[in-house]
Design a protein around this ligand. Structure first.
Ligand code: PEP
Ligand code: MG
Length: 612
């Protein structure tokens, strides 16, 4: 477009049409696919407020709006408090009582009224007073006062929501849209209307977080860890989400759209070709059998797992049954487990007892799980707090109910049971006692049931160190490399700032696998691996070389995994594994694999879009 000539400025103003400029934002690829659509923004962290100057005549109205909002917020807090169970929630009750006092705080209210009289609308006045209060508290010498700053923020956000009508509710997604969110939990993703979510872009989260895992299960392209996304992408704008590259293009040109669609087509045809030779069994080129199992989060994935001819379910994340806040009872759990089991029979389904907590919090607050919601939220470091087996043992009734359901379902279909986040031998023993107790109850009540093999997930470093002892006390291992990476490398699964450090090719992670395999072999214990690493196109040959013969992965990854396996032979995998274990750094590991297997697998890596 010419707006002047080279000889100088134009003699009269030239109208420059405001063409939108394409902008590109980068994040981490979390669920593959490309989508083009209009944006809906969901930012729950801060309430956007108007900074409106008011006339003297409006002061009364604004003061009364402030008081109405405070009353509303107080009622809300009181309702929360009254729902608590006094026997288990004493601490949380104290927090709510403190918030109730703050919301009525004289200083906060009278200072805000003063600001309103000085000509500010209620929300502006409140924000200003609160910011000043928080600033003063944050610089206080006493740690007790500094900690109160967080409480004030919480209370003020609540009143601001009442003032502005801003909800924390998820957007309804009236039309098919791309959701751009500051953060989205797995429970929230589950609650969004299926079919209307074209793609997901979040500021927080990492590819191994559970929101990403669920997005993959639902085939929703997702890019996570996109810094500043909610501020820099406007609601209503059009974006291309290229989740294989981790790229979000805002206001794309027609050419950019065409090229994105072309990429989708090419990937579809690659996946189609991979699926042409669907075998019920997988073997290496030398005939070594590799068992390929599917991971399952929600029942809708069953069809795909069956369609890809998974040889069983290696990980059923049963906590997803609790995420909507309705705590399923024994009958419902028995029904679901029987249905899933029968769909796969005679192949085996491995049920993991609920691994709630950390980034898997229920959305609503039903039952005991729901009542613990606020305790979860208040946990200083939820990934190191009450989650997985620890939480199950802290909720004996909920745990026992689930175990009874598993034993009952096992009466008609082959099931295995495993526990997440086993950190100590005591925990494994206690969990086994719960199983034994449930069995005795069923025997006494003459309820048909069957015993099931019991496994431990090996996903924290202490379990690796204790693998020989654990192996002697259970029937199988399942290695959870997503958490093993989180805990071994000290990389929070929810924090995009450090996500790059948790590579499946990190020597600090890979070297932990050998002792697990040795401990299992010494007891002839079957081992499977169900973390994302199982289907990583570079890591898979290493896992086979280390002795793994059973890999569990999202059903969508099975065709590529089969194609890779069919080109490998065991001797080459063993050599690669040895080479990798001698490497000191992640790039060295990557190079060692590429150098040895590039010729055999290079075209598959390339078409899959792997960046080497
Ligand atoms: C893992 O940690 O590797 C695992 C499979 O469990 P989840 O991803 O559900 O924590
Ligand atoms: Mg895990």
């Amino acid at each position: 477009m010419i707006v002047g000539d080279d000889d100088g400025p134009p003699t009269r103003p030239v109208e420059v049409p405001q063409l939108p400029l394409t902008r590109s934002l980068r994040g981490l690829p979390a669920s593959p696919g490309v989508a083009v659509g209009r944006v809906v923004v969901f930012d729950r962290r801060s309430v956007p407020i108007a900074r409106r100057a008011i006339e003297a005549a409006e002061v009364r109205v604004e003061v009364s709006r402030l008081h109405d909002a405070i009353t509303h917020s107080r009622t809300h807090l009181e309702a929360l408090r009254d729902r608590l169970d006094p026997s288990i929630d004493a601490e949380h009750r104290l927090v709510l009582e403190a918030h109730l006092l703050m919301v009525k705080d004289e200083l906060l209210v009278t200072s805000t009224e003063t600001e309103i009289r000085a000509g500010k609308c209620a929300e502006w006045a409140l924000r200003q007073v609160a910011d000043e209060l928080v600033r003063r508290l944050q610089t206080a010498k006493e740690s007790y006062l500094r900690e109160r700053a967080h409480d004030i923020e919480h209370v003020v956000e609540d009143v601001l929501r009442a003032l502005t009508g801003a909800g924390t509710d998820l957007p309804a997604l009236e039309d098919a849209s791309v959701l751009v969110a500051s953060d989205l939990s797995a429970a929230e993703l589950l609650a969004l209307p299926r079919g209307r979510l074209l793609a997901l872009v979040t500021e927080l989260g990492t590819p191994t977080g559970h929101t990403a895992i669920l997005a993959r299960a639902l085939h929703v392209p997702a890019v996570v860890g996109v810094r500043g996304a909610t501020r820099s992408i406007e609601a209503g704008s059009v974006v291309i989400v290229d989740a294989r590259r981790g790229e979000v293009q805002v206001d794309p040109s027609i050419e950019a759209r065409a090229s994105a669609e072309d990429r989708v087509d090419r990937y579809r045809s690659f996946s189609g070709r991979l699926r042409e030779s669907r075998d019920a069994h997988t073997a290496l080129a030398d005939g070594t059998r590799i068992e390929i199992l599917a991971n399952l989060e929600i029942e809708v994935e069953l069809d795909e797992a069956l369609d890809e001819r998974a040889e069983g379910i290696g990980l059923y994340r049963t906590e997803f049954l609790y995420l909507d806040g309705t705590q399923p009872d024994e009958e419902r759990l028995t029904e679901v487990f029987t249905r899933v089991g029968r769909a796969f029979a005679p192949r085996t389904v491995t049920l993991r007892t609920f691994d709630l907590g950390s980034d898997k919090m229920p959305r609503a607050r039903g039952g005991e799980v729901g009542r613990r919601h606020d305790a979860f939220e208040a946990a200083p470091n939820p990934a190191l707090g009450l989650r997985g087996l620890r939480l199950a043992l802290a909720m004996p009734e909920v745990f026992r109910t689930q175990i009874r359901a598993v034993l009952r379902a096992a009466h008609t279909t082959p099931l295995r049971l495993m526990f997440p986040m086993v950190c100590t031998v005591e925990e494994l023993r206690e969990a086994k006692r719960v199983v034994e107790h449930a069995r005795r109850e069923l025997v006494q009540a003459r309820v048909p049931h069957a015993l099931v093999p019991i496994g431990a997930m090996i996903e924290v470093p202490s379990a690796v160190v204790l693998a020989d002892v654990l192996a002697a006390e259970c029937d199988f291992f399942s290695i959870g490399t997503n958490d093993l990476a989180q805990y071994a490398l000290a990389v929070d699964r929810g924090d995009p700032a450090v996500a790059g450090l948790a590579s499946p090719l990190s020597p600090g992670l890979l070297r932990l696998l050998r002792p697990i395999m040795i401990a299992a072999a010494s007891c002839d214990l079957p081992v499977s691996l169900c973390g994302d690493m199982a289907s990583h196109p570079l890591a898979m040959p290493v896992l086979i070389g280390l002795g793994l013969r059973s890999l569990s992965m999202p059903a969508s990854e099975i065709p590529l995994a089969r194609a890779i396996a069919s080109r490998l032979d065991l001797a080459a995998c063993v050599q690669v594994a040895e080479a990798v274990l001698a490497c000191a750094t992640e790039p060295e590991v990557r190079r060692a694999i590429v150098a040895r297997l590039g010729e055999t697998l290079g075209d598959l890596w390339d078409e899959h879009g792997l960046v080497l």
